[in-house]
Ligand binder design. Structure first.
Ligand SMILES: [Fe+2]
Ligand SMILES: [Fe+2]
Length: 229
């Protein structure tokens, strides 16, 4: 018996056994069973990519305007968005979905002060409107990995909004002062590779969003961000 034929028969026998046990479904059957999840996660991937591009562009512009602290924060948040998109892609792959690169959506760019405000507005819309719809989509099918990753991203977006709001709150009058203070503080950022949580210190105990160990936090190297902008 040829190797290919033997492998085919072995796979056939294995899939028969798993089907009997209720553990195997063809990719098409899995995708059909999780239709709402697939649609919600695809929407999530597009939104996360859009946010990633927005923060990369805003970060590069802030750097070229000399606001290095804000550029660094935007860069760290961009990495968080990328983790959200990767998490969704991983779940989509388990559902037999072909991954596609969403089209790059360029943001409307203003001054760094204006970009901060529009980033805040985008985060608020994401938290209040986009994520409730995505969560409702994945909750229909009750696929635990999908629900969990959507909850991680949602909580992570609340953190983004809070971090940006600290700067924006003073920006109408004191933007320059606040921006310079951020530069002087030379903050360090760390991003949880599991959920995308952005922190200025590695938590001692566990990640406040995904509850995983501190070892999952990766330092965001400012030079690396500058090199890839
Ligand atoms: Fe995100
Ligand atoms: Fe985390």
């Amino acid at each position: 018996m040829g190797h290919t034929r033997r492998t085919f028969l072995q796979n056939l026998a294995l899939s028969g056994l798993l089907t009997t046990l209720g553990l195997w479904h063809s990719p098409a059957a899995r995708a059909a069973a999780y239709e709402a999840t697939v649609a919600a996660l695809r929407q999530g991937v597009r939104g996360e990519h859009k946010a990633y591009t927005r923060y990369r562009v805003f970060g590069a512009d802030a750097g070229s305007e000399g606001y290095h602290g804000i550029a660094y924060l935007f860069g760290a948040v961009a990495l968080s968005e990328l983790i959200h998109a990767q998490n969704y892609n991983r779940v989509l792959a388990t559902l037999g979905q072909e991954l596609e690169q969403p089209p790059e959506v360029m943001p409307v760019v203003g001054t760094t002060k204006e970009n901060l405000i529009s980033a805040m507005e985008a985060e608020i819309a994401t938290i209040d409107k986009v994520y409730p719809a995505i969560l409702a989509g994945v909750e229909k099918d009750e696929l635990a990995s999908a629900v969990r990753n959507v909850q991680y991203s949602w909580a992570s977006h609340v953190q983004h909004r809070d971090a940006l709001d600290k700067i924006r709150r003073y920006s109408p009058t004191y933007f320059e002062t606040v921006a310079r203070r951020i530069d002087e503080r030379s903050e360090r950022y760390y991003v949880c590779q599991i959920c995308g949580s952005v922190q200025s210190k590695i938590p001692e105990d566990r990640c406040s969003i995904c509850l995983r160990a501190p070892i999952n936090f990766a330092y965001v190297e400012p030079k690396m961000l500058a090199a890839t902008s």
